[in-house]
Write a protein that binds this ligand. Structure first.
Ligand SMILES: [Zn+2]
Length: 229
């Protein structure tokens, strides 16, 4: 299925939101699937191995053929698939701690980095060095059909971002109840919201109401003569 088709398919799901409003890197989108900020109940968006696989396919992190093979392998070994899904959620938590520390200007917790190192070591077995447009690139070996390979593209994305200049542009949404992370790609580094249409608008409306309330309060306080003047 093409990424556009997959997006269509996941649009009705909460985790489809990360595709509608991407953080700018697969690893940040992955962190955002765990925040549930658009969901008032804060529920888990990747509720099982199948969700993780669907989401990665929709993100374009693996092709339809490979997704199909991994889906079949997971069906044949459900315990293994479930263990992989648990590992994915632990990795997501470690990534969130690493990137949030960076946003605060702090060094990431050592145990979170160690988790990433461990997943990198495991994922390397499923990676290959591809050559495109005159450049080498580590990527998931498309011939692999093992469920355990699924974390490789996420780890790869995290390692690339953590060692890139764009790391300095990672931000957390300005809405305190929204934990979404994104890369601020604006020229003057002015992006504040994960998405203007949701968090940005909530704050615009709130600010407008506050101004209106302050305005009416100061009018009530002003003496009659002053008001006439
Ligand atoms: Zn937000």
């Amino acid at each position: 299925m093409s990424p556009a088709g997959a997006l269509q398919r996941t649009r009705s799901k909460p985790c489809g939101e990360t595709l509608r409003c991407p953080g700018g890197a697969l690893c940040l989108d992955f962190c955002n699937t765990g925040q549930g900020a658009r969901d008032a109940h804060g529920s888990e968006w990747l509720a099982g191995f199948a969700d993780l696989l669907d989401w990665l396919e929709a993100e374009g992190a693996l092709g339809a053929d490979q997704a199909k093979r991994i889906r079949e392998a997971a069906r044949a070994a459900p315990e293994r698939a479930r263990a992989l899904w648990s590992r994915a959620l632990e990795l997501r938590e470690a990534l969130r701690r690493v990137f949030e520390a960076r946003v605060r200007g702090e060094a990431p917790p050592r145990e979170a980095l160690a988790r990433l190192e461990a997943e990198h070591a495991l994922g390397a077995a499923f990676a290959r060095l591809a050559w495109r447009h005159g450049q080498g690139r580590w990527e998931l070996d498309a011939s692999v059909g093992a469920p355990d390979a699924l974390l490789q593209p996420i780890v790869q994305s995290a390692l690339e971002l953590l060692t890139a200049e764009s790391l300095a542009r990672v931000r957390r949404c300005g809405n305190p109840t929204c934990l979404w992370l994104f890369i601020d790609a604006t020229r003057n580094r002015s992006r504040r919201w994960c998405e203007m249409a949701s968090c940005g608008n909530v704050f615009k409306v709130r600010r407008h109401r506050e101004r209106a309330r302050k305005g009416s309060a100061s009018r009530r306080r002003a003496p009659r003569a002053a008001r006439k003047a």
